[in-house]
Design a binder for this molecule. Structure first.
Ligand code: GLU
Length: 410
């Protein structure tokens, strides 16, 4: 099944629980606008690189379109369509006044220079600026993009439209970024996890956790887990992972990785593959890398008590059905990684008010918002006797359907 059809499968199940059908459901399972642009770049080497850029705006009933921009060779229109849809439900679930969008460029950033990446970012901004704006569509970082990418993007947009920091979130703090936004997705994963255990009369402290992916999301989740007394027993990156039953030293690991080492090059624990990591016997496994990490091919390996989707779409519907049969709960992506967009809302809100918050306030508001969304999802799952994913999508679909109707869109 293609990724956009697979995400719609999740949307339909949520809509079923929410009682949303017919033409309205058709609106909610298709995009509003899909942009596919040509990006010819003259690289630092003098070579011409011709790549394609995409921006999909899924639904804007609840506010400006919102979602990240990723740079990866696998980026394509169906993937962007799927990710844009996930952003709609995620924003609605954590009740921030945004719709859903996603964009990206099909390119391998590992083979490009900093200069090349700046040219790609500027050209992309120039080619799609007419559908963006602080009250239209607000990009943010995603896979292989960061605060620097957002600074270039904001600058290129501002060249055309005048100084507009609120057109992107995830900016460097010195350019209107919010202290805490960089950490927000990873910290948010842990806030959701803490609320989940609390709801069940349990505590995240003392839990043994394996994390697939040690990028922006995985590394900040690991940092917070360590801080609140959980044990991170394994982490990985694209090349493989490390495992230590007594717990890894996350501070040392983060330092080495920031200096350019891959996870496997860090002398801690024993080396394992990504598939071995997913199969570790532990309390929680967190796929925090790319989508489709857990499929019908490897779902049989999962031995953790709980799966937390820090990545977007890391579990395919086929694998999800197996986990359900095996009684392994899944905290869905639209809840687990919603700290990113919630944090983006805090940044955007500060930009448009020209007012700044402390990192402490940011962290507290993030935690409170994710706590509410987690409790609402768990209660709905219990009341309707459905999975957390079905409950989360049902809440998202209900809220978006109501706004769509109220605005007279259908
Ligand atoms: N890229 C993040 C996500 O997938 C954040 C998006 C945003 O803040 O707009 O949720």
């Amino acid at each position: 099944m293609k990724v956009d059809a697979a995400v719609n499968e999740y949307v339909r199940r949520g809509a079923e629980v929410a009682g949303v059908h017919g033409g309205l459901l058709e609106v909610l399972t298709s995009s509003y606008r899909e942009l596919d642009v040509q990006l010819p770049i003259r690289c630092e080497s003098g070579e011409l690189l011709l790549c394609r850029g995409y921006r999909v705006q899924h639904n804007g009933a609840r506010g400006p379109y919102k979602g990240g921009i990723r740079y990866h060779p696998s980026v394509n229109l169906p993937e962007m369509r799927a990710m844009a849809s996930l952003m709609t439900w995620k924003s609605a679930l954590v009740d921030v006044p945004f719709g859903g969008a996603k964009g990206g460029v099909a390119v391998d950033p590992d083979v490009l220079t900093e200069w090349d990446l700046q040219q790609i970012t500027r050209k992309f901004a120039q080619h799609i600026h007419h559908v963006l704006g602080p009250y239209r569509d607000i990009p943010a970082p995603d896979v292989n993009t960061n605060a620097q990418t957002m600074a270039w993007f904001m600058d290129a947009y501002s060249d055309i439209n005048g100084y507009t920091p609120a057109v992107v979130t995830g900016k460097p703090v010195s350019l209107g970024g919010a202290p805490g936004r960089e950490q927000a997705t990873g910290w948010g994963v842990v806030d959701v996890l803490a609320a989940y255990f609390e709801h069940h009369g349990d505590d995240v402290a003392g839990k043994r956790v394996a994390i697939q992916g040690f990028g922006n999301v995985g590394s900040w989740a690991a940092e917070k887990l360590g801080r609140i007394g959980a044990t991170v027993v394994a982490v990985s990156d694209v090349y493989g992972g490390i495992h230590c039953a007594d717990g890894l030293n996350i501070e040392a690991l983060s330092r080495d990785v920031k200096e350019g080492a891959s996870v496997g090059e860090v002398s801690q624990g024993e080396l394992i593959t990504n598939n071995e990591l997913l199969g570790l016997t532990c309390d929680v496994v967190i796929p925090a890398a790319l989508g489709e990490a857990i499929t019908e091919k490897n779902v049989g390996r999962i031995s953790a008590e709980l799966v937390v989707e820090a990545a977007n779409f890391p579990v395919t519907p086929e694998a999800d059905a197996v986990l359900k049969d095996r009684g392994i709960p899944v905290i869905p992506d639209i809840l687990a990684n919603a700290g990113g967009v919630a944090g983006s809302y805090f940044e955007w809100t500060q930009n448009i008010q020209q007012f700044t918050w402390s990192e402490d306030r940011f962290g507290k508001e993030l935690c409170a918002r994710l706590n509410t969304a987690t409790r609402t999802t768990l209660r709905r799952a219990e009341d309707a006797a459905v999975t957390m994913r079905e409950a989360a999508f049902a809440i998202g679909v209900e809220r978006v359907a109501e706004a769509t109707r109220l605005r007279g869109y259908v």
